[in-house]
Design a binder for this molecule. Structure first.
Ligand code: DGJ
Length: 728
C-alpha cells in the first residue's frame, strides 16, 4: 500500500519507490506537512517542527493562550489567505459578505485504489494496481466550504500528483480568487529555483537562482502556458548537479495561465505553490457547485537532475500520453511550411510528397494555407474547408494521391483563432473575445475565438470532422499563433467574466477530447508558434509538440536541452530544415541538422524537390539511421552530457536501461587553432561489459571512467554519432 494512515500519531504517509511524503493532523485538526524527500521508514516527522513565539503572528482562537501556535510558521498542506499565515497562500476566496478570511480544518480522509481522474481536465492515469488515491477533506470555518485535497501516488513512477476540489455547501455564492493546485512547505534548508524561460523562437533556457528572502515567481497570463516561462519548475538543494543532490520537480498539467511562486520566509522556511494564475481568475461557485483545479505532478530525486528528468520522462510516456503513438514511434514526416510557406499548388505538394516517399519518409504534412482564402497571415482562419482553386482538386483527392504513395497524410489547423477576413468572422463577430466598446486586440492579424462557448466549439468541430472524414487524415498539427488578451465573453454575466480564460482552456481540452474520441488513431502534434504551449496538459492530447519555430540546429540544441529537463525526446517535434536557416541565417552541415533532429520526433521541413542528388542520398541515409536506432532514441534514458556553451562541443546520449546499447551525439560548437584533445565520459553502460564503438572494442568501465577521445573537428558544427553496442 502506497498510502499509510497511522491512527496513533494521525500521520498520512505516501510512499513511492524513491520518496516519502508525509502529512499530519495536529491537535487543532490543522493538516501539517511534515516531510517530503528521500524514501524512509515510517516515522512521525512532526518532531522537526520548531514551536516558538516568533512575534507578530496570529494565534487561532482555539490555541487559547499558546503564543507559539501559529499558522504563520507551521508547515501546511494547503495554506489559506486570512488564517494568520502571512506567507503566500494557496487559496483565497471571498464570501458574499465581502470577507475573505478562512481557516481550514481536517474533517475526514479516504484511501482508494487506482488513480483519481479530473472531469474535463488532463490528469495522469494508472492501472488500479499501479497507484492509490488519497482524498483529505478539509472544512472551512467561516462557511460551509469543503476543500478536498486529492493525492495520486504512482510508486513505480516516483510521482505524487495533487489536485483540489472546492465545494460550496453553503446557501450563498462564494468567489474563488486564488485556487492553486499544490503547495509544498520545507521547514529548513535553502534551495535554488530552476525555471525555464524564453521567447518565441528561443524557448526553455535554463535559469537557476538561489532563493532569497521574499517571493520569486514565474508564470503566464497569455492564455497559453507560453514561450516565456514553462509550467515546470525545480527546487534544488544547492550544489545539485546532473548526478548528485536532492531536487523536487513540479509540473503543471495545464495549458493556460499559470503561476508558480517560491517563498523563503522570515525563519528560512521555503514554500512553493503552483496553479492557475490568479491575475485573471475569479470563479463564482454557486451553492452545491464544485470547482476542480488542474493537476500538478510532483517528483523527488535524491540523485540529481538526471534522475528527476527520467521520472518525468517515464511518467509522461506511460501515465500521461495516450493513443497509438504512446508506445510506438510516430511516422517520420515532411512538412511543407519552410519549403513553400503559403505559395503552393496541389501538384507542387504531390511532387514534394512523391520525392519524400522515395527516400523513406512516411508522412506528408500540409501546413498553413490550404483552406478558406489564406495566401498570407491576414485572412482565412476559421474557414476550415479546402481552397480547391489553390489545390486544383479537393482535399480528399489530394490526400488520396498522397496515401497512394504509401504515405500518411497530415493537415495543419489553428482551431482557436479567426481572421477578421473570413466567412466565420463575418457571420459571428461576437464569437471572438472582444471587450464591449473597444476595438479588439490583434495578434498576427487574428483574433481568438471564445472556446468557452459550446456553439463556437461545435461549429469548429463540425468543420474539422468534415475535412478529416474527407481526407482520412492521420495527423493534425494544432497551432495557436497569438497570446490571449482583452478577454471578455459575450456569454458570461459581469460577475463571471473572471471565469472566461479558464473556461477557454476547458473548451480547448473538450474539443481535443471529442476529436480523439471520434478519431482514436489520429496523431495530434501540438504547436503554439513552436513551443508556446509545451506543457504536460497538452501532452495528454497531443503526444508530440513542435518544440520551436526556430529550426536552426545550433539554437535547437539548447532549446531541446532545456525541454529535456521535464519532457522526453518522444514529445519533441524536431525537423531538418534548409540552410541558410530561415530564422538565424546560419549554415550548419546537413549531417548535423539530422543528428539534432534525431533527438526528437524527427522529420523534414524543406522543399525536397530543390535538393541535390547528394543531399537526397543523405536524407535516405538519415531516415534509415533514425529507423534503426529509434528504439534506443525513443525509449532509452536521456543523458545531458554537457550544458550548452559549457565546452567547445555539445553532447547528449540515449542509453537503454539495461546498458546494452547507447547512441551518443556530439556537435562541435567552437573551432580553435592547435586544438586541445576533447574527452567525453559516457554514461549508462555496464562497467564489466565490452562495447563496440566504431569498430573498436572497449570495456564499459573505460568508456565511463575515462571516456572516448573525440575526433578533431575539421569544419564548423561538424558532428558525430557513436553507436555503442554491448558485444559480450
Ligand atoms: C507557426 C508554426 O509554429 C509554424 O510551424 C507554422 O505552422 C506556422 N505557424 C504557420 O502559420
Amino acid at each position: 500500500m502506497a498510502i499509510i494512515w497511522n491512527q496513533n500519531d494521525r500521520t498520512l504517509t505516501l510512499q513511492t519507490d524513491g520518496s516519502t511524503y508525509q502529512m499530519k493532523i495536529d491537535n487543532h485538526n490543522v493538516l501539517l506537512h511534515t516531510y517530503y524527500g528521500k524514501r524512509t521508514e515510517l516515522f512521525d516527522y512532526s518532531y522537526l517542527i520548531d514551536h516558538r513565539d516568533r512575534g507578530f503572528a496570529g494565534n487561532p482562537y482555539d490555541a487559547e493562550r499558546d503564543k507559539t501556535y501559529t499558522l504563520d510558521t507551521l508547515p501546511q498542506e494547503y495554506p489559506c489567505f486570512g488564517s494568520g499565515d502571512f506567507r503566500n497562500s494557496a487559496l483565497k476566496l471571498r464570501y458574499g459578505s465581502g470577507a475573505s478570511a478562512l481557516e481550514l480544518r481536517y474533517l475526514k480522509h479516504e484511501i482508494l485504489p487506482g488513480k483519481y481522474r479530473i472531469p474535463g481536465l488532463p490528469s495522469m492515469f494508472a492501472d488500479e494496481d499501479e497507484a492509490n488515491t488519497l482524498i483529505v477533506t478539509m472544512k472551512g470555518d467561516a462557511a460551509e466550504l469543503l476543500v478536498h485535497l486529492y493525492y495520486g501516488v504512482i510508486p513505480g513512477a516516483d510521482i505524487i500528483t495533487r489536485a483540489v476540489v472546492l465545494e460550496n455547501c453553503s446557501s450563498e455564492a462564494i468567489y474563488l480568487e486564488k485556487a492553486m493546485s499544490v503547495s509544498l512547505d520545507f521547514q529548513y534548508g535553502s534551495y535554488d529555483l530552476v525555471t525555464f524561460y524564453g521567447r518565441h523562437c528561443m524557448e526553455r533556457n535554463v535559469c537557476r537562482e538561489k532563493l532569497r528572502h521574499g517571493i520569486q515567481s514565474v508564470g503566464s497570463t497569455r492564455g497559453a502556458s507560453s514561450h516565456q516561462q514553462n509550467p515546470f519548475v525545480i527546487l534544488a538543494e544547492p550544489g545539485t548537479s546532473e548526478e548528485r543532490g536532492g531536487c523536487y520537480g513540479l509540473s503543471f498539467l495545464y495549458s493556460g495561465d499559470f503561476k508558480s511562486e517560491a517563498e523563503w520566509d522570515q525563519i528560512n522556511q521555503t514554500r512553493i505553490v503552483m496553479g492557475i494564475h490568479p491575475a485573471n481568475f475569479r470563479w463564482k461557485l454557486e451553492p452545491g457547485e464544485q470547482f476542480h483545479t488542474p493537476e500538478a505532478a510532483l517528483s523527488y530525486s535524491g540523485e540529481g537532475f538526471r534522475k528527476l528528468s527520467w521520472n518525468y520522462h517515464d511518467a509522461i510516456r506511460n501515465h500521461l500520453c495516450r493513443g497509438p503513438y504512446r508506445d510506438k514511434r510516430a511516422p517520420i514526416l515532411i512538412n511543407n511550411w519552410e519549403g513553400t510557406y503559403f505559395d503552393f499548388t496541389g501538384e507542387k505538394l504531390f511532387e514534394m510528397a512523391k520525392e519524400a516517399a522515395e527516400l523513406g519518409i512516411e508522412m506528408f504534412v500540409l501546413d498553413d494555407g490550404w483552406f478558406g482564402v489564406r495566401n498570407s497571415e491576414t485572412g482565412g482562419l476559421g474557414d476550415w474547408y479546402a481552397n480547391e482553386k489553390k489545390l486544383g482538386c479537393t482535399i480528399g483527392e489530394l490526400a488520396a494521391r498522397i496515401h497512394g504513395l504509401g504515405m500518411k497524410f497530415g493537415l495543419w489547423f489553428e482551431p482557436e483563432c479567426v481572421s477578421e477576413d473570413s466567412d466565420l468572422y463575418r457571420a459571428h463577430p461576437d464569437w471572438a473575445f472582444t471587450v464591449p466598446g473597444r476595438k479588439p486586440m490583434r495578434g498576427r492579424y487574428q483574433l481568438v475565438l471564445d472556446f468557452g462557448r459550446d456553439e463556437v466549439r461545435e461549429h469548429i468541430f463540425r468543420q474539422m470532422c468534415a475535412v478529416l472524414d474527407q481526407s482520412k487524415a492521420d495527423y493534425i498539427k494544432w497551432d495557436f499563433n497569438r497570446s490571449v488578451s482583452d478577454v471578455y465573453s459575450a456569454s458570461l454575466t459581469a460577475d463571471r467574466q473572471g471565469e472566461a480564460t479558464h473556461r477557454y482552456v476547458l473548451g480547448l481540452y473538450d474539443l481535443l477530447e471529442r476529436l480523439l474520441a471520434r478519431y482514436p488513431d489520429l496523431l495530434i502534434e501540438g504547436c503554439c508558434g513552436g513551443g508556446g504551449r509545451f506543457d504536460a496538459g497538452m501532452l495528454h492530447y497531443a503526444p508530440q509538440i513542435w518544440c520551436s519555430d526556430n529550426t536552426d540546429a545550433i539554437n535547437r540544441m539548447s532549446i531541446q536541452y532545456g525541454t529535456s529537463f521535464c519532457y522526453p525526446v518522444s514529445t519533441m517535434g524536431a525537423h531538418v530544415s534548409a540552410c541558410p536557416n530561415h530564422q538565424t541565417g546560419r549554415v550548419v552541415p546537413f549531417a548535423t541538422r539530422g543528428a539534432v533532429a534525431m533527438a526528437g520526433t524527427f522529420g523534414y521541413e524543406l522543399d525536397i524537390t530543390k535538393m541535390t542528388a547528394e543531399e537526397k542520398e543523405e536524407v535516405r541515409e538519415q531516415v534509415a539511421r533514425f529507423k534503426k536506432y529509434c528504439d534506443v532514441i525513443r525509449n532509452g534514458r536521456y543523458y545531458r552530457l554537457t550544458a550548452p556553451g559549457e565546452k567547445s562541443f555539445h553532447a547528449w546520449e540515449m542509453a537503454k536501461a539495461d546498458g546494452s546499447e547507447a547512441l551518443v551525439t556530439v556537435v562541435s560548437t567552437m573551432l580553435e587553432g592547435n586544438p586541445l584533445g576533447c574527452y567525453l565520459k559516457l554514461c549508462g553502460l555496464i562497467p564489466e561489459k565490452i562495447y563496440e564503438v566504431a569498430g573498436r572494442r572497449y570495456p564499459g568501465a573505460a568508456l565511463m571512467n575515462c571516456g572516448v577521445i573525440l575526433p578533431t573537428a575539421q569544419y564548423e558544427y561538424q558532428s558525430w554519432q557513436f553507436h555503442i553496442q554491448a558485444v559480450d
